[in-house]
Design a protein around this ligand. Structure first.
Ligand SMILES: [Zn+2]
Ligand SMILES: [Zn+2]
Length: 73
C-alpha cells in the first residue's frame, strides 16, 4: 500500500510561497525562496498552506540546522 503524500506537500509549499509573495518571511529576500514546513510531515504536519512559510535558501538552511526556530504564533 502506497500513499503519495509528497505531491500534496509540494503543492502546499508552492501555495504557501505564493501567499507569502515569494519573499523570505525572515529577511524579505526574493532570492531562491522555498516553502518550509513549519511542522514537518514526519511529525504530523499538515499538507496545508497554514503549515508553510516562505524562506530564502540561507534562512531555510539556518532553520534546518537549528540556528533559527520557527513556530506558529
Ligand atoms: Zn531570508
Ligand atoms: Zn524546510
Amino acid at each position: 500500500m502506497t500513499r503519495n503524500r509528497s505531491s500534496a506537500h509540494t503543492k502546499a509549499q508552492k501555495a504557501g510561497r505564493e501567499r507569502d509573495g515569494n519573499r523570505c518571511q525572515i529577511c524579505g529576500s526574493r532570492n531562491r525562496v522555498e516553502g518550509h514546513h513549519i511542522v514537518d510531515y514526519q511529525f504530523g504536519g499538515a499538507a496545508s498552506v497554514d503549515n508553510i512559510i516562505a524562506l530564502c535558501r540561507k534562512h531555510h538552511i539556518d532553520v534546518h540546522s537549528g540556528k533559527i526556530d520557527i513556530f506558529i504564533i
